[in-house]
Design a binder for this molecule. Structure first.
Ligand code: ZN
Length: 87
């Protein structure tokens, strides 16, 4: 085990050091995603990363060509499919 060691408190919380959050480009107010992966030995590993919202329809990452429709961002592929009349 490498890195900073912290204890889980009585409410099942862990304080993540500011230096780690900074390195992950996570700032106050950002949304984060938490999920489980397995290491090479099959042990569970908790992964926490900055949440970047994707296309409202397909979930794919957005680029600068995304459109905002009724407060939801939609990727250019989905916009083109909608224009073509595809579901
Ligand atoms: Zn899409």
């Amino acid at each position: 085990m490498k890195g900073i060691i912290r204890n889980v408190d009585g409410r099942k919380r862990v304080l993540i050091p500011a230096s780690v959050l900074r390195a992950a480009n996570i700032e106050t107010g950002d949304a984060v995603g938490v999920y489980l992966e397995k290491d090479v030995e099959g042990n569970p590993v908790i992964v926490l990363s900055k949440y970047e919202s994707g296309c409202f329809l397909c979930g794919n990452p957005l680029n600068d060509q995304a459109s905002k429709i009724n407060d939801h961002y939609v990727c250019v592929n989905c916009v083109n499919q909608l224009k073509a009349g595809n579901p």
